[in-house]
Design a protein around this ligand. Structure first.
Ligand code: SF4
Length: 366
């Protein structure tokens, strides 16, 4: 997992300041701040101008949201989500602040003003999302999880981003499709779910046909997931912690994370099923991918977590066991997570997943 390396960090900050001052457009900023996976990856991405237009081989694919757009249901659901911001319950924090009147969320710090940090083709995601031309990531500013080790903390908790409206968000989606991306990958979408739905509705009317990947912490309320049913084609969900004490410690106040995320994963699987690229040139169009970031000293309780997956979801559920943890942001305040993972720790995690019977593991380096 890489974010801006230390010798690049001050340069990145200068770029951010210049972008916010309107000197660079968001894609230039993204060249720096997206030098990591959308949430926890470690590979590379490229500038949009470097990618040729590409046939996504999606002639026969119809994304779920298209049907809902045609019937008007997509817009209706967007309105329900939008109104929910008046006493906001979009995430499990349920702080009930009135974002429609400009009040910031207690945890996500978001009003109803959409903020995006960057958008670009990204090559740091799982192979079935990346293909030849990248995953069309849109990184939203802010996040209600507040993880103390967040690698993208400048964006998730530092407020780096620019204001856009939903028409502009819709244009971003269409632009990512035009340059050949294989999907629209909305990163940390929860607090901007209403904006995404309105933008999707408009983009669908203007020719968007790519699958939409909902790239989430996994801490999602069932009421919201029900409104996303039939809209989202791919769920790309973290499963960070199995124990609520750990969730509470490293994502302050998120002690409900394991309980809520387990229910959310079952629902996501019900909606989109197992991730299987099938005959589509290895490019995923539908399904659930679970990402588990292995942390030092078994903070995530990986063995129980993978056992739970194998007992409650199909054994061929796509599970990415990520090895790239780095102590970032406030991680050095917690000695047990202030170092990288050892090879032995990663091997133990992979062995636990295999012993649990999971058959569709994305394993790095061993
Ligand atoms: S999304 Fe933000 S405003 Fe809404 S409940 Fe969560 S923290 Fe509060």
């Amino acid at each position: 997992m890489a974010s801006c390396k230390s010798n690049r960090r001050s340069f990145c900050r200068k770029l951010a300041a210049m972008s916010l001052a309107g000197i660079f457009p968001a894609p230039a900023l993204s060249a720096c701040f997206s030098d990591s996976s959308s949430r926890h990856g470690n590979k590379t991405h490229t500038n949009m101008s470097a990618v040729a237009s590409f046939d996504n081989n999606s002639d026969h694919f119809e994304p779920g949201y298209l049907k809902l757009h045609r019937t008007g249901e997509l817009r209706a659901r967007a309105e329900v989500l939008w109104n929910m911001m008046s006493t906001c319950r979009l995430c499990p924090r349920e702080c009930e602040n009135d974002r429609l009147r400009g009040q910031e969320g207690d945890y996500c710090s978001a009003t109803d003003q959409l903020q995006v940090s960057s958008y670009n083709p990204h090559f740091g995601e799982e192979r079935p999302l990346v293909g030849k031309n990248g995953s069309g990531t849109i990184f939203f500013t802010n996040c209600a999880m507040l993880c103390v080790f967040c690698i993208n903390w400048e964006i998730s908790q530092g407020g780096v981003g620019r204001n856009y409206n939903t028409d502009q968000l819709s244009d971003m989606m269409l632009q990512l499709q035009r340059i050949g991306c294989h999907n629209i990958n909305v990163v940390t979408p929860t607090h901007y779910a209403p904006h995404i739905m309105f933008a999707l509705d408009k983009a669908a009317g203007n020719g968007l046909r790519l699958p939409v990947a909902y790239n989430t912490s996994g801490w999602e309320r069932m009421e919201i997931l029900n409104l996303l049913d039939g809209v989202i084609d791919i769920y790309l969900s973290d499963f960070k912690y199995f124990d609520s004490e750990m969730a509470d410690k490293y994502s302050p106040g998120a002690e409900t994370y394991p309980e809520i995320t387990k229910k959310a994963l079952i629902e996501m699987n019900r909606q989109v099923g197992v991730a299987d690229p099938g005959a589509n040139d290895g490019i995923l169009q539908r399904g659930l991918i679970i990402r588990h970031l292995i942390m030092p000293n078994n903070v995530g309780n990986t063995s129980d977590l993978v056992k739970w997956i194998s007992q409650n979801l199909p054994e061929d559920t796509y599970v990415n066991l990520m090895s790239q943890y780095q102590p970032m942001f406030k991680a050095h305040d917690y000695p047990e997570i202030s170092r990288r993972l050892t090879v032995a720790e990663y091997r133990n995690a992979v062995n636990a997943a295999r012993r649990a019977g999971l058959t569709n593991l994305d394993v790095q380096g061993i």
